[in-house]
Design a protein around this ligand. Structure first.
Ligand code: SF4
Length: 63
């Protein structure tokens, strides 16, 4: 389960656990956190388990 943080969103693509967009899907993302479901419904909001990817730029957009 993912608890989205809508107050101060950190998108999944700036998180060290992000595995990229799901194949053939422009909406959902892949999460590699060992305690969470692998499918993220709203990667633009991240979740409470977000951890910054070292060196990532906040302005970076999902590829
Ligand atoms: S841990 Fe949370 S913020 Fe990080 S990739 Fe998974 S769902 Fe996204």
């Amino acid at each position: 389960m993912h608890f989205a943080n809508h107050d101060a969103p950190h998108p999944c693509w700036t998180c060290q656990y992000y595995g990229g967009p799901l194949p053939d899907n422009d909406v959902n993302g892949l999460c590699q956190h060992p305690r969470l479901s692998p499918v993220v419904g709203q990667p633009e909001y991240g979740c409470a388990f977000w951890v910054r990817e070292p060196g990532i730029n906040d302005e970076q957009r999902q590829p």
